[in-house]
Design a protein. Structure first.
Length: 319
């Protein structure tokens, strides 16, 4: 099998490369290097067999799209706050470009599988019960709207194989670390401030980043896996996450009264567990303090300097 990963050098990409290579896949990568300033600890297993990187890297620099069995589209303006900085770029990166390239891919290889990375953020707020893949979407940000838009377009492509993985908020260690995602952010606060200050008690589905990469590889390697899948390991409130991180790392937690963020959602992952054949206990959770200590160790490798994605994206925008 031959796969192309678009966006292979971000937070998630190196781990997707690792799992696909372990599955015997020949992996090619394309990345515009928006976030390579934070690469730290990249190993051979994280590097594709062939890659094109840099702001001038284009799909035409690679093999013809039709020569790939699978395309994994990771590239995006991600996440909710970041997507508001340049809404037109968010629309292009998260919806228009992947849609155009999926059309081109299927024109050259109608049986090729297109894997899109969507987000639990499409559910927005308001559901009492955990959202299933059939629940109505209610995105509250440009990021969420573009992800929901791409999902809606894919639902109309019944003659082609595709998968859209609605991932919960990612956390965990990576060769290209992020500190602006809720679990990692709390660990960063614990290290550098000695106190964690959650500002809301909203619900979130969460997922370890290495488990997310493994699920993407499973979707790529399993011909029968198709459609939209909710992928998370646990649903938890932000306050409870802060409490777990505080207990694991031995720091104080000071609870705030709200930050104006209306997002509040949780989701049902039963369909993903069944289709990807994931057994109970195989996905990492924040229940285990060892998992949080590994995040702590990874963040400490940055010696206090780890720009957020917003910082680096603003620099790209010339702000």
């Amino acid at each position: 099998m031959k796969a192309l990963i678009v966006g292979h050098r971000g937070y998630l990409g190196p781990l997707v490369v690792k799992h696909l290579k372990r599955g015997g896949v020949t992996v090619h990568g394309l990345d515009e290097d928006w976030y390579t300033e934070t690469l730290n600890g990249l190993k051979g297993e994280h590097v594709p067999h062939s890659e094109r990187n840099g702001l001038d890297a284009r799909l035409v620099d690679l093999d013809p799209l039709g020569s790939y069995d699978v395309i994994v589209w990771l590239a995006a303006v991600s996440n909710d706050p970041l997507g508001e900085l340049n809404v037109l770029d968010t629309q292009w990166s998260n919806y228009e470009q992947p849609m155009l390239q999926a059309k081109r891919f299927w024109h050259e290889n109608p049986s090729g599988k297109f894997i899109y990375i969507s987000s639990a953020s499409v559910y927005g707020a308001g559901e009492t019960q955990p959202s299933t893949e059939l629940s109505p979407v209610n995105p509250l940000s440009a990021y969420g709207r573009t992800k929901a838009g791409m999902d809606a377009w894919l639902l109309g492509q019944e003659h082609h194989p595709w998968v859209s993985l609605r991932l919960g908020t990612l956390w965990g260690e990576s060769p290209n670390m992020r500190r602006d995602l809720v679990v990692n952010a709390f660990v960063w606060e614990a290290i550098h401030n000695g106190v964690i200050k959650p500002a809301s008690d909203a619900r979130r589905p969460i997922l370890n980043v290495d488990d997310a990469a493994w699920c993407i590889a499973l979707a790529a390697l399993s011909p029968a896996v198709r459609g939209i899948l909710n992928v998370c390991s646990e649903n938890i409130t932000v306050y409870d996450l802060a409490s777990r991180v505080g207990d694991a790392l031995g720091v104080r937690v000071e609870y705030g009264s709200g930050d104006g963020d209306r997002r509040d959602y949780h989701m049902d992952n039963a369909r993903a567990l069944y289709n990807l054949e994931i057994r109970e206990g195989e996905l990492k959770t924040t229940h285990n303090p060892d998992n949080l200590w590994r995040v702590d160790n990874c963040l400490r490798r940055y010696d206090g300097y780890l720009p957020t994605r917003t910082d680096m994206y603003r620099k790209l925008l010339g702000e």
